[in-house]
Design a protein around this ligand. Structure first.
Ligand code: ZN
Length: 554
């Protein structure tokens, strides 16, 4: 069956020279993703809300089909062929196709893993086959301003008209069939729910699927204040590797986590007090912190399309449309049960390798997640608008290429400093004190696995090496790491002070020197990383609650 399918596909496609992985290799690739059941307790939702949730899951499933087409026109046919395959190799290919939402290995530079599949096109299926980036660019530049904005905007594909000329097709036409079905389901859900802001968002998003105007529904999404928190539509632009302009369809159907939301608002009340006591000269402190960007902690019932391919999203910031961001700001959504699954399947195995046996017992999800929350909040504290040589500027502008890594390190390290303050003040339980330092150490190895090219990794390397040099981390003779209780608080405080001082002064040279010296993988860290080969890189979720809802409310 495979051979038949591939012969057909191969005729249409350029052949790929490197041999495709065999069954054994595919099984190894698949093992990078630990399968997990993603469940959410929705029993406290009344039946009408559960029914609305079931309709939203149905709508979200339609995003899978649209996204497949957006990423490659050949995917739906290839998928059907794989689904009919009867050999173990065919089954392994199907499984890995589903994990990656396409025939390319997203953990390995998008290498095709099925014979006959072409390299992943940077243009995806947003631009006409055969067109070049330069042609599209030149054509867009030739258009009057309003048409140019539409053609280069989020919500159009570029196609060839019958006369061969280029033309912009709105998503509402290009994906009309799927979007009509999705809009109907969103309207059914809107009729079922009694939560007013949810009703408003769903009705407006259904309209947007038809009108192609997403503005009002993006605003309604920012104003959502309901137990069901859906994100559905065209959002992220990574799949368009030509211009990062075209939005890929995705959905996250989630339910608010009330316990974590309460913790967030408790921390929110402490932020000004934390700012006032930062280890930073008083003249650099902000006497009145601005309003917080909204943060939602939710549990994922179902995700699809661009939101369920390769490595799973654990948090996102939306919308991307600057008109909405300028008017309403953006919202950060954190998927707690996804984070917990990643924690169980990747962080715990890493801790077993990286930490001493005694330290392993202190690692906890509560510490892991509470620190992530604090990391997000601490981005809002410390210097942002600064003076350099008497000139007003921002930390971002002043530090340039060192900004991101240093800002991520700041949020991590000052997040631990802040949690220690809250423990000292009795706001947070004393048990947090030991577990958060140890849990952060284990999670540092998780981040370092992904390398130093990205800001988070470099920022983490800086912290690990600083704390090693301060004697706050110790390497045991067997290579395992541990936290030195007597020194960790001072180590965390001193690095927080160092980074805040660099940011306050906009000292680019000191930032560069610090990252150059400490943003590296040292041999003792590498030895631990080398032992992590067997630990999964990420999770492959199985949405059990969504399946149960589908069966209960067909
Ligand atoms: Zn961050």
């Amino acid at each position: 069956m495979d051979a038949l399918l591939l012969a057909g596909v191969a005729l249409l496609l350029a052949s790929n020279p490197s041999p495709a992985p065999d069954l054994k290799q595919l099984e190894r690739l698949q093992a990078q993703y630990a399968p997990v059941d993603l469940t959410v307790d929705v029993s406290s939702l009344p039946e009408n809300e559960q029914k609305a949730l079931a309709r939203l899951v149905q709508a979200a499933r339609l995003m899978d089909g649209v996204f497949l087409r957006q990423s490659w026109a050949g995917s739906p046919s290839l998928l059907l062929g794989l689904a009919r395959a009867s050999t173990p190799l065919g089954a392994a290919r199907l499984h890995y196709f589903l994990t990656n939402a396409g025939p390319w290995d997203r953990l390995n530079n998008n290498r095709p893993f099925i014979e006959g599949v072409p390299d992943k096109a940077a243009a995806a299926n947003f631009y006409p086959a055969g067109a070049t980036k330069e042609q599209v660019s030149a054509w867009e530049a030739s258009l009057p301003p309003e048409q140019r904005a539409t053609a280069s905007g989020f919500y159009t594909t570029i196609r060839r008209a019958p006369d061969g000329s280029l033309t912009a097709v709105p998503y509402s036409l290009e994906y009309q069939g799927e979007l009509a079905l999705a809009a109907e389901l969103l309207r059914e859900a809107a009729a079922l729910t009694t939560q007013p802001t949810l009703k408003a968002f769903l009705a407006k998003r259904a309209d947007a699927f038809v009108s192609n105007d997403y503005y009002a529904s993006d605003v309604a999404w920012m104003e959502l204040d309901s137990r069901i928190e859906p994100t559905i539509g065209p959002y992220e632009v990574y799949e368009d590797e030509w211009f990062n302009a075209k939005a890929a369809f995705e959905a996250f159907i989630t339910v608010r986590d009330d316990e974590a939301s309460a913790k967030l608002s408790r921390f929110g009340g402490e932020l000004q007090g934390l700012e006032n006591t930062l280890p930073l000269e008083d003249r650099f402190k902000n006497p009145k912190l601005g309003a917080l960007a909204p943060i939602r902690v939710v549990n994922s019932v179902f995700s699809s399309g661009d939101a369920n391919r390769g490595v799973q999203t654990a948090a996102y910031n939306l919308p991307n449309d600057e008109r909405v961001v300028n008017e309403k700001g953006s919202k950060r959504v954190m998927l707690k049960n996804v984070q917990e699954a990643k924690y169980q399947r990747t962080l715990i195995p890493i801790a077993r390798v990286a930490l001493t046996v005694q330290e392993q017992t202190l690692v906890s999800f509560d510490a892991f997640f509470t620190h992530i929350l604090m990391h997000e909040l601490m981005h809002g504290l410390g210097p942002h608008n600064i003076q350099v040589d008497g000139r007003a500027t921002t930390v971002r502008q002043a530090l340039q290429d060192s900004y991101s890594a240093l800002e991520e390190a700041k949020a991590d390290i000052s997040g631990m400093w802040a949690l220690q303050q809250l423990v000292n003040r009795g706001v947070t339980d004393k048990s947090m004190e030991r577990s958060m330092y140890v849990t952060f150490l284990a999670s540092a190895f998780r981040s370092l696995r992904f390398g130093l090219t990205e800001a988070h990794g470099k920022g983490v390397a800086l912290q690990v090496n600083w704390l090693l040099d301060q004697g706050a981390y110790r390497v045991e003779p067997d290579g395992r790491f541990s936290v030195v209780a007597a020194k960790i608080q001072e180590g965390v405080r001193s690095l927080t002070e160092e980074i805040l001082s660099i940011q306050a002064k906009g000292d680019r040279e000191r930032a560069r020197a610090l990252l150059q010296r400490l943003g590296v993988i040292r041999p003792e860290v590498q030895r631990v990383l080398d032992r992590l080969g067997h630990v999964p890189v990420d999770i492959a979720p199985h949405f059990t609650t969504a399946e149960r809802l589908a069966a209960q409310f067909p």
